[in-house]
Design a protein around this ligand. Structure first.
Ligand code: HEC
Ligand code: HEC
Ligand code: HEC
Ligand code: HEC
Ligand code: HEC
Length: 181
């Protein structure tokens, strides 16, 4: 794994000298796909967008390197979630898929967080891997502000200087008002 990271590092270094187009093409080839079976090794996720000479090319903005890999993905068990190893079709929908392995943490709680009750687990979690703890698609508190207006949250004095939202709120479900722990 370390060796792979090394190779990747030098590869990226080398790319710095290439033209944007070549870089983009290469990086896309490398990073847009899901690792081939058995190769769920750490890779760098890229976001792409850039205008170049009127032609739409995409620039790679490196994000946090992948460090957190969902265990069944790491173990190459694609077909516990997908129809077959090479199909993108899922065996179950929404939270049913997730609760086929994880305990349903909503069932003994009075309130569930709206995206959880909708089964939108993947609004917050990447089903495969991520650079954020708990395979979150984005780090806390940023991920919360995708849906909650940051200004409004900050306007409430209880939130002054608070960034670790899950210190006080359960992101999934709770017996208390406002999903408090
Ligand atoms: C824990 C369940 C789970 C496992 C294990 C899993 N996937 Fe997925 N996969 C998903 C879900 C859920 C989506 C839908 C993601 C979305 O819509 O954003 C998905 C989407 C995909 C996609 C569509 C593109 C993308 O990344 O969104 C591909 C390709 C894919 N998976 C390949 C794989 C391969 C290959 C493996 C095994 C190495 C694998 N998956 C293992 C749940 C899983
Ligand atoms: C095939 C069984 C399986 C399925 C299906 C599954 N998981 Fe997991 N998941 C695991 C295992 C095993 C672990 C690692 C042990 C643990 O933390 O329970 C894990 C861990 C996690 C973690 C903690 C990761 C960490 O870094 O601490 C999250 C978050 C998670 N899963 C979310 C999901 C979501 C969301 C879905 C549905 C898209 C899902 N899981 C579907 C088996 C599964
Ligand atoms: C609003 C964002 C959000 C949604 C939606 C969400 N989660 Fe999470 N999840 C988190 C955060 C944040 C953590 C970090 C640990 C914590 O604070 O409890 C977490 C942790 C986890 C963990 C690992 C630790 C634990 O608490 O068991 C699992 C497994 C998990 N989530 C599964 C799911 C499943 C399954 C769903 C859908 C039913 C889901 N999550 C929906 C934000 C979310
Ligand atoms: C995918 C969108 C989405 C994300 C991401 C999200 N939320 Fe929510 N959340 C909602 C919706 C929708 C409601 C219900 C409507 C409302 O009360 O604002 C809600 C309700 C809440 C409530 C209860 C509000 C009340 O008045 O009872 C709290 C607390 C909360 N969210 C905290 C969080 C935290 C903390 C995070 C980040 C871990 C987060 N949310 C991420 C959509 C989201
Ligand atoms: C120190 C504990 C604490 C932390 C950390 C915290 N909250 Fe809260 N939050 C509360 C309390 C207490 C309430 C209820 C306040 C009230 O009723 O006035 C609340 C209420 C909310 C509500 C309901 C709407 C509102 O403003 O009353 C949302 C949404 C929310 N929090 C989101 C977040 C998000 C997002 C974060 C991370 C940036 C966060 N909270 C961090 C304690 C906390």
């Amino acid at each position: 794994m370390i060796r792979r990271l090394f190779v990747l590092f030098f590869f990226l270094h080398f790319l710095n000298g290439c033209s944007i187009q070549a870089k983009d093409k290469l990086l896309r080839t490398f990073f847009d796909g899901v690792p081939a079976p058995g190769k769920a090794s750490p890779i760098v996720k890229g976001e792409h967008k850039q205008e170049n000479q009127g032609v739409k090319t995409e620039k790679v903005v490196p994000q946090a390197p992948i460090q957190f890999i969902h265990q069944p993905f790491l173990e190459n068990q694609c077909d516990v979630c997908h129809d077959t190893k090479s199909s993108q079709k899922l065996v179950l929908k929404g939270k049913e898929l997730c609760f086929s392995c994880h305990d349903d943490f909503t069932k003994d709680k009075k309130i569930a967080h709206y995206p959880v009750s909708e089964g939108a687990c993947i609004d917050c979690h990447d089903p495969h891997q991520s650079g954020n703890k708990f395979i979150l698609k984005e780090a806390l508190p940023k991920i919360c502000f995708n849906c909650h207006d940051e200004k409004e949250i900050r306007a409430n004095v209880v939130h002054e200087g608070q960034n670790i939202c899950n210190d006080c709120h359960n992101p999934h479900a709770s017996n208390e008002e406002k999903l408090l722990k």
